[in-house]
Design a protein. Structure first.
Lengths: 153, 189
């Protein structure tokens, strides 16, 4: 500052800044008593509502039956809450699969019974000889004779 | 986490400085006290669990924000006051109001006790505070944070929400302006 020309160098500026700060600090110490008191009161008020770090406190559990029951029932209901729907779903799927299986077996049995109780066994329809019998056998002749007779009528 | 004692010590160390900084900005003693109280309460209430090392920067930011909020409220209030005063009878009571006149001088009661040296100190301080109060807002903020609050350039930039280059520029201009103004008054530091 004593060698101030037009502009200060960085070092001179820093020295000036520090000297100014020291002077300002001295000045701040000589504030009127009323101001100091109000600042003190403001500080006390701020400290009274200071934020305190949250401390994890375990929930107290009573030694009696009620305490154990309440905490146990809570955990039990929590477990039941998600296990019960799962069990119902699994048994439901098994029941549906069983019912579909039974109904398919019953359908097949009905078809089999109908085929087996018929006059002609089902294998006969797959036999080429039987088809030839039907075409050229006695049934075929009777039909032919019947057809021969019908025009004469 | 800062303990209650650490927080108390910190607030005790910065309250007077914060009051001075606020009064340089708002030039109103009551408003400055309210600003400092709000800043201290906000620090304790919201950031009381921060480590002690973080408190200076956080407090500086809170204080500056409170000062800016005060100016915003004043601007809104002045707008309404101007509007209604134009509608009603105009008075010239506050037309020649100079905010610098409300800047309180340090208590002179002790000057006579310590003699000429203390008187010189007091006048020097008065001149310096007067020139600091005349600085542009950003220059004053940067100067006070850097040299009085002893924040680094990075911390000052963070508190002012600007670049480090801007902080250097503001600081440099503030220092040059103050040095020239004091030199004109024949004062050297």
């Amino acid at each position: 500052m004593k060698h101030l020309d037009e502009t200060l160098s960085q070092t001179q500026a820093d020295q000036f800044g520090r000297a100014s700060a020291a002077l300002l600090t001295q000045g701040a110490q000589s504030l009127p008593a009323g101001i100091k008191d109000r600042l003190h009161a403001a500080r006390m008020k701020a400290l009274s509502i200071r934020k305190v770090e949250k401390v994890l406190v375990q929930k107290p559990v009573f030694a009696g039956t009620m305490g154990n029951y309440s905490s146990g029932s809570n955990s039990l209901w929590d477990t039941v809450g998600w296990v019960a729907p799962l069990v119902v779903l699994v048994f439901g799927l098994i029941g549906i699969a069983q019912w579909q299986n039974d109904s398919r077996i019953i359908d097949i049995a009905e078809v089999d019974a109908a085929l087996l109780t018929d006059d002609v066994p089902p294998d006969a329809y797959a036999d080429s000889g039987f088809l030839a019998f039907l075409k050229n056998g006695p049934l075929s002749d009777s039909e032919d004779s019947a057809s021969d007779l019908s025009p004469s009528k | 986490m800062a303990s209650a004692q650490e927080l108390s010590d910190f607030l005790s160390s910065v309250e007077k400085r914060a009051f001075k900084q606020a009064i340089y900005a708002v030039r109103d003693e009551d408003a400055a006290l309210d600003i400092v109280q709000d800043a201290m309460i906000k620090l304790a209430e919201k950031y009381g669990d921060r480590p002690a090392a973080e408190l200076p920067l956080v407090f500086t930011r809170i204080l500056q924000n409170r000062i800016h909020d005060w100016f915003r409220r004043q601007k809104v209030r002045n707008t309404w006051v101007t509007l209604f005063s134009n509608m009603g009878k105009k008075t010239d009571e506050n037309d020649d109001f100079d905010p610098l006149e409300s800047l309180s001088a340090p208590d002179d009661s002790e000057i006579h006790q310590d003699g000429a040296q203390k008187l010189e100190r007091s006048q020097l301080l008065l001149a310096l505070e007067s020139e600091i109060a005349k600085l542009p807002v950003r220059q004053r903020e940067a100067f006070l944070m850097r040299y009085w609050d002893e924040l680094s350039i990075t911390e000052t930039a963070l508190a002012m929400s600007c670049s480090e280059g801007s902080v250097k520029t503001h600081c440099s201009r503030a220092t040059q302006t103050l040095a020239k103004a004091l030199k004109l008054k024949g004062i050297t530091l």
